[in-house]
Design a protein around this ligand. Structure first.
Ligand code: O2Y
Ligand code: MN
Length: 604
C-alpha cells in the first residue's frame, strides 16, 4: 500500500487498497482535502520500514534531518525547526463549538463556520509542489477497546516520521479504521511557517482538527495534544471515560504486588523523569521495581469491577531534552541512545546531541539554530528542545502498556511547582475532595508553552491548555465517576519543588520520590499512618521513609507542615478561581471548597 507518488487530478481517488482505503468516507475526505490543498502527489502511509527509509532519505536530502554521530547515536537525527516555531501556541489554539459556553473560559473560542472559513482560506492551494501524506493512526494498543483512531493528513515528512514513533501508525491502524468506519480527522500543513498565518483549530462536535502554519510538536503531531487530549476529552465525556494529561507508572513492592499510579503535572514538571523513576539503591536491594506505562497521556475508563483501567494512548515519548541526564533520568538516556529524532538541540564537535544539563562532560560547538555556540547569544539547546523516541526502547517500559484491557489505577496524583506553602504530599479525604485538589492545583510556568516563564498560574489537573470543553462541565464529569459500585483510586497531591529561605529545593526528588509513592501505596493498602488536617491527610511523623537522606530539621518542617494562615489565603484564591467559571461550575465543588475554608477558620 506504499503507493508511488501519483499525479493528483483531485477528482476521485480509487477506492482500493493500493492507493486509498476501502472506507468511502475516508477516500472522500482525502479527495476533498486534495481538491482544496492541490498537492503534487498523495502518499498513503503504511508505516513500513521501507517507507520510513524513503522519507528519511528525502529529509536528509532537503536538510530537514541531519544525521548524528552514527557510532554513539545510531540511526538518530537532528531536526532544526523554524526559530519562530518552537513550542505550542496557546493564543492561536481554538476550540470551535457551536455554543461558546461549551468551550468555556478555559479555551479560546471561534464559531465553527468562521473558524473553517479562516483556516480553509489558508489551506487553499497550500500543498502545491508538495506531497500530501495520509497517516492512519491508532491511539492506544491496536486491539484495545479503549483505543481510538484518527487519520492525519500533512505535507510535512517530519510529522510523518514523528507520528510513526508516537502512534501505532500505518496498515494495522487503517484496518481498524475501516472496520470501525469512523475516525478523527486531522488536517495539517506547515504552510509558510509564518506566525501571522498560524492556527490550531479543534472542532470537537465534528471530531476534526485543522492546524496550519506550524511544524512543531503539539501543533503538528495531531495525535498528541490535539487528538489524545482536546478532542478525546470531549469524546470521553460523552462516552463515560477520562482523557487526561497524566503519566502512568507501575510500582512493584518487595511482596510482588504491583500498583499503578497516574499522575498529572503541568508541562515540563518532570513527568518523564517520574514515569521512568529508578528506585534508590536501598529500595532496589529490597526488591522494589518501577515500570513505565506512559509519560504524558492517560485514558481511563471504569472496568466491570468498578476500578478505573488506564491505557497510554501513545507509543513513544516526545520528551523535553534540557535537564535530562544520567542523574535525572538514566532510563531516558538509555532510551535515546539510538533511533531517535532530536529537535532543536545543540551538537558537539563529533556530532553528538547536546543540551543544557546533560552533564556528560562534553561541550557544544553548534547551537539549536545551527550557529556556532556562544553562551552570550543563546543556549545551545532551545529550552523546549525535544527527543522523539519509541517507548519500546525504554528499559523500564512495561509489557502491560500493550495490554488491551489497560492497567487498574490505585492512585491518582496531582502536583505542580510550588516554591512555598504546599507540603510534599497530602491525601484527599474522598473523591470529591480529590477533584477539588485537582481543580485548584497551580504551578509556576515553564518554557513548554510560549509566554512568561516562572509565573504561578492555576492549571487544573494540568489540563488548562488541553481540556477540549468547559472546565465547569469537565469537573462535573470527574465528579460523576463517584457512583455506587465504583472503586475509585485514592487521590493525592505532591509538591517536589518546595524551596527553603535560600531558594534551594528542599526535597531531593528523582528516585527519592519513590519514598512518597511508597507512602501512598501504604495508604491504599491501609498500612500507613496519616494525620488529618483541613487540607487533607499528611504523613504521620516517621510514616515516610527518610533513611539515608540528609534533611535538616528545618527542611523536614517545610516538607510536612501546613501553614493555616497561608492555606486560608489559598482557599480564598480557590473560591475566586472557581467563580470564574460561572454557572457551569458544579455546586458540589464549591461546597467542598466552603467546607474546607470553614475548617481552616475553626480547626486548631
Ligand atoms: O511544545 C510542544 O510542542 C509540545 S508540548 C508537550 C509535548 C510533550 C509532552 N507534553 C507537552 C506539554 O506541553 O505538556
Ligand atoms: Mn504534556
Amino acid at each position: 500500500m506504499n503507493a508511488a507518488p501519483q499525479a493528483v487530478t483531485a477528482k476521485v481517488l480509487p477506492a482500493n487498497a493500493a492507493t486509498g482505503s476501502t472506507l468511502p468516507a475516508l477516500n472522500a475526505w482525502v479527495a476533498q482535502v486534495a481538491a482544496s490543498t492541490q498537492p503534487d502527489a498523495i502518499h498513503w502511509c503504511d508505516g513500513s520500514d521501507a517507507e520510513s527509509a524513503m522519507l528519511i532519505e528525502k529529509m536528509q536530502a532537503d536538510g530537514t534531518l541531519h544525521p548524528l554521530n552514527a557510532q554513539t547515536h545510531p540511526n538518530s537525527w537532528l531536526h532544526r525547526s523554524n526559530p519562530d516555531d518552537v513550542a505550542r501556541v496557546e493564543h492561536l489554539t481554538f476550540v470551535c463549538t457551536s455554543d461558546r459556553d461549551d468551550a468555556g473560559p478555559n479555551n479560546h473560542w471561534m464559531a465553527p463556520a468562521d473558524a473553517h472559513a479562516r483556516i480553509d482560506a489558508l489551506f487553499d492551494g497550500c500543498m502545491r509542489g508538495r506531497t500530501m501524506y495520509v497517516i492512519p493512526y491508532c491511539m492506544g494498543p491496536i486491539g484495545s477497546p479503549l483505543s481510538r483512531c484518527g487519520v492525519e493528513i500533512t505535507d510535512s515528512r517530519y510529522v510523518v516520521a514523528n507520528m510513526r514513533i508516537m502512534t501505532r501508525m500505518g496498515a494495522p491502524a487503517l484496518k481498524r479504521i475501516e472496520a470501525e468506519g469512523h475516525f478523527v480527522k486531522g488536517l495539517h500543513s506547515i504552510g509558510e511557517l509564518d506566525p501571522e498565518r498560524r492556527f490550531i483549530m479543534h472542532f470537537p462536535e465534528e471530531l476534526t482538527i485543522k492546524s496550519y502554519g506550524s511544524g512543531y510538536g503539539g501543533n503538528a503531531l495531531l495525535g498528541k495534544k490535539c487528538h489524545a487530549l482536546r478532542i478525546a476529552s470531549h469524546q470521553a465525556r460523552s462516552e463515560g471515560w477520562l482523557a487526561e494529561h497524566m503519566l502512568i507508572l507501575g510500582i512493584e513492592n518487595p511482596q510482588g504486588e504491583t500498583h499503578y499510579i497516574a499522575a498529572a503535572f503541568p508541562s515540563a514538571c518532570g513527568k518523564t523523569n517520574l514515569a521512568m523513576l529508578i528506585p534508590p539503591e536501598g529500595y532496589r536491594r529490597d526488591g522494589w521495581k518501577v515500570s513505565t506505562i506512559g509519560d504524558d497521556i492517560c485514558w481511563m475508563r471504569p472496568g466491570e469491577d468498578g476500578r478505573l483501567y488506564a491505557i497510554n494512548p501513545e507509543a513513544g515519548f516526545f520528551g523535553v531534552a534540557p535537564g535530562t541526564s544520567q542523574k535525572s533520568n538514566a532510563n531516558a538516556m538509555a532510551t535515546i541512545q539510538h533511533d531517535t529524532i532530536f529537535t532543536n538541540v545543540g551538537v558537539t564537535a563529533d556530532n553528538q546531541p547536546w543540551w543544557e544539563g546533560i552533564g556528560n562532560g562534553q561541550v557544544p560547538v553548534t547551537d539549536w539554530r545551527g550557529d556556532p555556540f556562544d553562551p552570550a547569544t543563546r543556549p545551545a539547546a532551545h529550552p523546549n528542545s525535544r527527543f522523539t523516541v519509541s517507548a519500546r526502547q525504554c528499559p523500564s517500559y512495561s509489557d502491560m502498556a500493550e495490554d488491551a484491557k489497560g492497567v487498574p489505577i490505585s492512585a491518582i496524583v496531582f502536583g505542580g511547582r510550588r516554591a512555598s506553602l504546599v507540603p510534599l504530599v497530602f491525601e484527599a479525604r474522598d473523591w470529591t475532595h480529590g477533584v477539588l485538589v485537582g481543580a485548584s492545583m497551580g504551578s509556576e510556568t515553564t518554557a513548554a508553552a510560549t509566554g512568561a516563564v516562572g509565573v504561578m498560574r492555576r492549571d487544573p489537573m494540568a489540563m488548562k491548555p488541553f481540556c477540549g470543553y468547559n472546565y465547569g462541565d469537565y469537573f462535573a464529569h470527574w465528579l460523576s465517576f463517584d457512583k455506587p459500585g465504583a472503586k475509585l483510586p485514592k487521590i493525592f497531591h505532591v509538591n517536589w519543588f518546595r524551596k527553603d529561605a535560600d531558594g534551594k529545593f528542599v526535597w531531593p526528588g528523582f528516585g527519592d520520590n519513590l519514598r512518597v509513592l511508597e507512602w501512598m501505596i501504604g495508604r491504599v493498602n491501609g498500612t500507613t499512618e496519616a494525620v488529618e488536617t483541613p487540607i487533607g491527610a499528611l504523613p504521620a511523623p516517621g510514616a515516610i521513609n527518610l533513611d539515608g537522606l540528609a534533611l535538616a530539621e528545618d527542611s523536614r518542617r517545610l516538607l510536612f507542615d501546613y501553614d493555616r494562615d497561608g492555606w486560608r489565603q489559598e482557599f480564598a484564591g480557590i473560591a475566586a478561581y472557581l467563580d470564574e467559571y460561572g454557572e457551569r461550575m458544579p455546586q458540589a465543588l464549591k461546597a467542598e471548597q466552603r467546607r474546607i475554608a470553614e475548617l481552616l477558620e475553626t480547626a486548631s
